[in-house]
Design a binder for this molecule. Structure first.
Ligand code: XUL
Ligand code: MN
Length: 344
């Protein structure tokens, strides 16, 4: 099973532990050292923000950007790692303070589309086949601050511009309903795929579904994944967990809702996800209480829990399942699932 699935995470998943109420609690670990963790923890793929690969991107010329990206590619090759995707990090720049693509300021919109094109160039150098768009500040703090119709049209224009700029690059939209904004545009995979269908090349626009984001939207992550899988549009996942409707927790996969995690694995299995060759991404955060030497356990534990749940899905007695479904005895089916998860 460990051979069938390939796992990835991003350098931001090993972090210093700062939160909105307190400073860092662990020392910064350099990118080169983080790369060493991947194979040790059982991971083969690296997810990037554009400036994870090329720090201070906005201050760099195209030549400098390409040189740095080539150096990062050499580091990946040296470790036997693959770049899964690159995502433009628009939300930290002053130009993206009120969103990039959907900003009211034309200068910000121009900058955002430019960053998107530079992200594609970096992705090509790193060997990543797609860009992820997490639309962090593309939304509103108050509804009256933007014209939402224009905002959606600007988003479509930005995606189209990238698809025209790079005829091979693909885009996976990562929906999230809120945080940092009060309300974000494109809150669910349904919105993402509707937008995709309106682009100049719908075949190159798909989705990445994160467990916590779906829960924050009040939806079942496994159904969100199934919706995308049924259309061949689930291009990556950010598995993690979330304890109800609060801030985006990015807990260890399965740690808050084991049955919910089982059902996510079940739909990935039903959808032939491992055969697609796509990565299982884990967007998980170490608890702030973890000392530095223990601050990668959330990654290896999430992977372990995932693989144990693959085993559970594959060993669930099919005869019991079909009998219960035939009898429409869902109480019996529910007990069988819980007993199976409990190991009894
Ligand atoms: C934000 C989130 C991001 C994206 C990558 O909630 O999930 O980490 O996955 O930018
Ligand atoms: Mn994510």
């Amino acid at each position: 099973m460990a051979d069938e699935y390939r796992f990835s995470f991003g350098p931001w998943n090993v972090h210093e532990g700062a939160d909105p109420f307190g400073p860092v609690v662990r020392p910064t670990i350099g990118f080169g050292k983080k790369l060493k963790y991947y194979k040790q923890l059982g991971f083969d793929g690296v997810q990037f923000h554009d400036d994870d690969a090329v720090p201070d991107l906005d201050e760099k010329s195209d030549g400098e950007m390409e040189k740095t990206a080539r150096e990062v590619r050499a580091m990946l090759d040296g470790e036997g790692l693959l770049a899964e995707f690159v995502a433009p990090r628009l939300w930290e720049s002053p130009l993206g303070v009120d969103g990039g693509f959907t900003s009211n300021d034309p200068a910000s919109r121009k900058w955002a589309v430019g960053r998107l094109k530079r992200t594609a160039t970096i992705a090509n150098i790193l060997g990543a086949e797609f860009i992820v768009l997490w639309l962090a500040r593309e939304g509103t703090y108050i509804r009256e601050s933007k014209n939402a119709l224009d905002a959606h049209r600007h988003l479509l224009d930005a995606i189209n511009e990238l698809l025209e700029f790079d005829k091979k690059m693909q885009i996976a939209i990562e929906p999230k309903p809120n945080e940092p904004m009060d309300h974000a545009y494109i809150p669910t995979i349904g919105h993402a795929l509707a937008l995709a269908s309106q682009t100049v090349d719908p075949s190159r626009v798909g989705g990445l579904i994160e467990t916590a984001h779906a829960i924050l939207a009040g939806l079942d992550p496994s159904d969100e994944m199934a919706f995308a899988l049924s259309m061949g549009k689930l291009w990556s996942v950010h598995l993690n967990d979330q304890n109800g409707l609060k801030f985006d927790e990015d807990k260890t996969f399965g740690a808050a809702n084991l049955r919910g995690a089982y059902n996510q694995v079940r739909v990935l299995e039903l959808g032939g996800y491992p055969q697609s060759g796509r990565f299982v991404g884990l967007d998980v955060k170490a608890m702030r209480t973890q000392p530095a030497e223990l601050a990668t356990g959330h990654l290896s534990n999430s992977r372990t829990i995932f693989l144990k749940l693959v085993e559970k899905v594959r060993t669930f007695p099919k005869d019991v399942e079909s009998q219960c479904i035939a009898n429409r005895d869902y109480e019996a089916l529910e007990l069988a699932v819980i007993e199976h998860l409990l190991g009894g």
